[in-house]
Ligand binder design. Sequence first.
Ligand code: AKG
Ligand code: FE2
Length: 400
Amino acid sequence: MADVLPAPAAGGAHSQVPMTDKKYVYFHSGAEATYREVSDNPSSFTSIPTIDLADLDSGSLEDRKRIAKEIYDACHLCGFFYIKNHGIPQSVADDAFALLKRFFALDTETKMSAHVQKNPAIRGYEPMMETQLDARTAGDVKEAFTMGDCVLEPEQDYVGKTSQQPPAKFKRPQNIWPKDVPWWREGIYKYYNSVYPLAMKLVRVFALGFGLEETAFDKDFRFPITGMRPLHYPPTPVDKDEASVGLGAHADFSWLTLVLQEEGVPALEVLNQDGIWVGAPPERGTFVCNVGQYLERQSNGRFPATVHRVRNMTGKERYSLPFFLTPDPDVNLGVLDCCRDQQDGSAEGGSGEDNKAKYEPINVGDLYIRRILPARKKHPTSIRNINVPQEQWSYDMLLQ
Ligand SMILES: O=C(O)CCC(=O)C(=O)O
Ligand SMILES: [Fe+2]
């Protein structure tokens, strides 16, 4: 392992920054590694707010607007928030963790029958150390299984959601399932179909928070990109160097992420603007939600896609279950008009510098492929396209 990490210096040039220097925190954001200087003058958040969703389905628009404002403020302040009283019964969470433990305890051959490299869409099982979000580590000390949106799998009811038949370009399902364990797919879909409606309700809350019609974003989430990634992190040695991580520091390339964490095993940490790690321990009955890079862009950076990492130093096995929501792949996502104003004002518009969008509009699928392929360099889909210039990459490369 190299003892220095190339990091962008002021002005955009790359310099070598010593990895041992405590003044810097390294993370993976966008397509490459970068770093943040640790502040001598901390002023950023030191804990993560909890939003009570008990009134989410209230008939009163005022109640819903109050929740929307609380979420808006939390996203602006730290990009992370817990939700409680979200309406998903505790039994769904309990069943999910029983399911994850049963799956990850399976023999390697069964899990590898759905290895991620067998699937063009980069879905499936990833064994320990196969990803490496932090270049200074030997790899991420976790195993994972990824599934996501699929127009052909009946459990996702494409026709019901869109009132359309699946487009002809989808020849085969994008998910891959391990052989001889039908309970895995059943259990995963039970959870998926519990959390999906909650995520879609949050989309409406965000629209309200931006001062828009509640349904303003519905057109961008007709059959959105979703990802669900059950994770298993064995304990990492406490006496070893800091570089041993379950999941290296990164920002999510989703729009919004909802993470279910098993109780009693705190390991998720969130990086504040001062370069200080703030704990996001599991809280019974909650999800931890965080802003991803699409929402960061759409909000003109007003909501940061906050960097986070997982270090399981508890001595216990850790299980977690993130659900990633991203708009439909064909959506062109630009900065919202209401986010072009000054940071402190709620008035639309603004003038001069303050009125500028910091981000170009982007096609959702194009950005997605530019994030996922560089993170999986050894995957056959990446290898097949290694000589194709990035400008020509398209989301459909995942369909072949
Ligand atoms: O395991 C967790 O708590 C978080 C996982 C995560 O950050 C991710 O999969 O992007
Ligand atoms: Fe993440």
